[in-house]
Ligand binder design. Structure first.
Ligand SMILES: [Zn+2]
Length: 207
């Protein structure tokens, strides 16, 4: 095989600058993959599959910048612990390209203002929409929230179900991976840290 027909590699563009993927090209590649897997991409059930898969990738990768948080003044509040939990997002393990479900809980200290709650869900979703590992995801969510809140006092706990562990490899369906990022007072104040973990765990148990 000569390499004359091989297109030069596309230069890597940072994710945030992309405006979407080349869905036609991705659909074409999925079609080729089906052939390599011994399938006929023209048969009834598969004829629209490459397009659907390409559209899904486009949705999943959700280009754009991470949402900024809306903050509301609440001058009487001083150091109140706020925990937003049970945010469930789907991501893709970058080692196997197999889904992982992440249950996310975030804690912060409300100090003179509160953060619009729905923004936590959007931030959790934003960093899941890419090829990920749970450990990096946990740090990215925490660092982003610390920036928008303007405080290091952030805790993020993530409980992950990794299908790469459940449906392949060791096939342990009940295995869960927990990661915890504690910043600021959450790292130095054991009582605060305990309160956060208790509230985050209680939310999961109530479900
Ligand atoms: Zn994996």
């Amino acid at each position: 095989m000569t390499n004359t027909s091989v297109a030069p590699p596309t230069p890597a563009v940072p994710r945030q600058q992309r405006t979407g993927i080349g869905t036609d090209r991705v659909a074409d590649l999925i079609s080729q993959l089906l052939v390599e897997l011994g399938e006929d991409p023209q048969r009834d059930g598969l004829v629209e599959t490459p397009k659907r898969v390409a559209a899904w990738w486009n949705d999943f990768l959700s280009p754009g910048n991470a949402p900024v948080a809306t903050r509301f003044t609440e001058s009487q509040l001083a150091g109140q612990l706020v925990v937003v939990g049970d945010m469930s997002v789907w991501s893709l393990c970058e080692h196997h390209m197999i889904p992982m479900n992440l249950q996310v809980a975030v804690g912060y200290l409300a100090e003179g203002e509160v953060v619009g709650l729905s923004k936590f869900g959007r931030v959790a979703q934003h960093f899941a929409g890419r090829l990920q590992v749970q450990e990096r995801y946990t740090r990215e969510v925490a660092e982003h929230l610390a920036r928008v809140i303007g405080s290091e006092d952030i805790a993020v706990a993530v409980r992950g179900l990794h299908l790469c562990m459940s449906m392949r490899g060791v096939r342990m369906e009940k295995a869960r991976t927990t990661t915890l990022h504690s910043g600021g007072h959450f790292a130095t104040d054991p009582v605060l840290s305990q309160q956060f973990l208790l509230l985050a765990a209680n939310q999961s148990n109530a479900a």
